[in-house]
Design a protein around this ligand. Structure first.
Ligand SMILES: Cc1cc2nc3c(=O)[nH]c(=O)nc-3n(C[C@H](O)[C@H](O)[C@H](O)COP(=O)(O)O)c2cc1C
Length: 152
């Protein structure tokens, strides 16, 4: 299975988590590409069987709990892409101290719904990636579960 992990980041944690998703999926036999949202294209998405979108939550246009605008805009651009059969899931990084913890995940799930996509697995929400000791394991477990869900 060819899996694309698209991530956006401002301070690096989502990139680190996306790379960990990538290495865990590779161990599970996926042919995996981890790509920054700045290099994302529609063709890249259509060339893969599965897509994981990873975003932190930040403030955008005066609202908190939002995905990075580049990620939101890229998803909006997929209205013209054929996503039939594509296995898609969302990973969000955030901080429980904010009122909308991992709000970006809810926004991205709603965008996927508009695109007619039902996520292949429940989304992952990670609190303070670098601060909590269980986070790496949480990401690995979620990734292993995603691999299982999309290959069975
Ligand atoms: C200005 C600012 C706004 C943030 N807003 C939210 C938020 O609304 N919800 C949330 O869960 N986390 C919020 N966070 C926490 C970040 O999403 C979290 O630190 C994340 O790991 C950053 O990812 P990155 O290192 O990939 O940029 C915010 C952080 C900052 C500095």
């Amino acid at each position: 299975m060819k899996t694309l992990i698209l991530y956006g980041t401002l301070s690096g944690s989502t990139m680190t988590a996306a790379e960990l998703v990538g290495s865990t999926l590779r161990e599970a036999g996926h042919d995996t590409n981890v790509v920054s949202i700045e290099s994302a294209t529609k063709d890249l998405v259509t060339a893969h069987d599965a897509l994981i979108i990873a975003s932190p939550s930040w403030e955008d246009e005066g609202k908190d709990g939002q995905p990075l605008p580049e990620i939101r805009k890229f998803l909006e651009s997929l209205t013209t892409a054929d996503l039939t059969g594509k296995k898609i899931a969302v990973v969000g990084l955030g901080d429980i101290a904010y009122p909308h913890f991992c709000g970006a995940v809810d926004v991205l799930e709603a965008k996927l719904k508009e695109l007619g996509v039902t996520p292949a697995t429940a989304s992952l929400r990670v609190d303070r990636y670098y601060s909590l000791p269980d986070n790496e394991q949480k990401v690995k477990d979620w990734s292993a579960n995603f691999a299982k869900a999309v290959t069975t």
